[in-house]
Design a protein around this ligand. Sequence first.
Ligand code: CA
Length: 190
Amino acid sequence: MPRLRLRSGLQCLLAVLAAGCQAIGRTPETRAPALDARPGKELVENGSFEEWNEEGPVGWATGPSPEGAIQSAEAPYGFLAADLLSGGDQYTVLWQDLRTEEVLPEARLHVSCVAKAPEPNQLALSLSFLVDGERTKETRIYDGHGEWRTIRFVVNVPAGADTGSFSIRLLRRPGYDGQVLADDVSVRLE
Ligand SMILES: [Ca+2]
C-alpha cells in the first residue's frame, strides 16, 4: 500500500506539472498579436514595455524621478506594461526621442497606446516636434473609468517640421490617486 500511495502522489504531481506546462504554453496564444504584425514602420523602441533594466523600461526616460515607472504584469500586449507612479504634485513623464530619420515633411504618423486609470484625464499621450523652430504638441487624454482604453490619433507632419525633433510622451497628471497603466505605445510611419 505505501508503494501505491507513492505512485498516486507521483501521478498527481505529474498531472499538476503537465497542467502547468499547458497553461504556460497557452498564455502567448491568448495575448494580443505582436506590434510588428501591423503595417507601417514602427518608430518607438520597446513600446510594449517588455524590456527593462535597473533604470526602468529600455529606450525610455522617466521623470521627475528615475522611479517614475515600474513593471506591471497586468498587460494586454505581451507580458509587461508600465505602471506610472504618482509624482506627488508633479507630472510623472515617460518619454522617448523617436527614430525619425525616415520621417519626411507631409508624412502621416499613426500614434497610439492602450491605457488604464481610475478616472478620465489621469493620463495623456503626447507627440512633440519642432515646426520652424517652435515646439508643437499633439495630445490626447485617457477618457475611461478604470478599464483599458485605446488612445489613438493621426498627425500629418507639416512642411516646416524638423524631422530630428520628434518625441513621444506619456504623462500621469498630478492630483489623482490610483494605478495608472500604459502599454503598446506606437508611432507608425504610414
Ligand atoms: Ca506589453
